[in-house]
Design a binder for this molecule. Structure first.
Ligand code: HEM
Ligand code: HEM
Length: 156
């Protein structure tokens, strides 16, 4: 079964997910920067610590992280939706598998938030490990994603 959308709508839908995910890659690099500032703040002393606290990096990191969580989950679902609308099926390949893996990773790492806020070191260490894995997969996903875009462009 394929949905009855006009061919041009179906075609342009293809670019929504890639553009959004590239924007999200930039957001996730910013989130990583904020997270590292949170860590710096916690380890700093004296005047430097006072200055860093003023940056409210913990609050800003949590806010950006929450936006990242919401958009990554919906963006991955959106990628599958567009693939299904255009092909009547999904392609069980590396981009799909890595994408679903990333969605699981970010849900898991966000769920550690209340434990990190209570000061649990195991939660921090796990959060950092999961999220730097996530960033690595994201760069890789951007490469395989652009290859899919190229395929779509040459088919058209
Ligand atoms: C690219 C993704 C992310 C990276 C690289 C990242 C990295 C980090 C780092 C390095 C820390 C500092 C840990 C420490 O204090 O030693 C941290 C803390 C934290 N992160 Fe993330 N994070 C990411 C995404 C998220 C997301 C999606 C959420 C939740 C929605 C989140 C919530 C938090 C919270 C609540 C803390 C503790 C802040 C505090 O101490 O008050 N992070 N993160
Ligand atoms: C960073 C740049 C990315 C680019 C350029 C990209 C590109 C694409 C393209 C062109 C498609 C085909 C569907 C469509 O045309 O909309 C697609 C599908 C998909 N994308 Fe991405 N993507 C990127 C990142 C991500 C990320 C970060 C995730 C998950 C967190 C993800 C998950 C998916 C999934 C699950 C599909 C469906 C695959 C299938 O069933 O074959 N993508 N992507």
């Amino acid at each position: 079964m394929s949905l009855e959308l006009s061919p041009s709508v179906k075609y342009w839908l293809n670019f929504f997910h890639p553009l959004m995910m590239w924007a999200l890659l930039v957001v996730s690099i910013y989130a990583a920067y904020l997270g590292l500032q949170v860590q710096r703040t916690r380890n700093a002393q004296g005047e430097e610590k006072k200055e860093l606290i003023k940056g409210r990096y913990n609050v800003r990191h949590y806010q950006i992280g929450s936006i990242l969580l919401a958009l990554m989950v919906t963006g991955a679902i959106g990628g599958m939706a567009v693939t299904y609308i255009n092909n009547g099926k999904l392609f069980v390949g590396p981009h799909l598998i890595a994408g679903l893996g990333m969605t699981g990773l970010i849900a898991f790492s966000a769920a550690l938030s209340p434990y990190m806020q209570k000061g649990a070191n195991w939660a921090r260490a796990t959060h950092i490990l999961l999220n730097f894995t996530l960033l690595g997969l994201f760069v890789w996903q951007a490469v395989s994603g652009v290859q899919i875009v190229q395929k779509i462009l040459t088919k058209a």
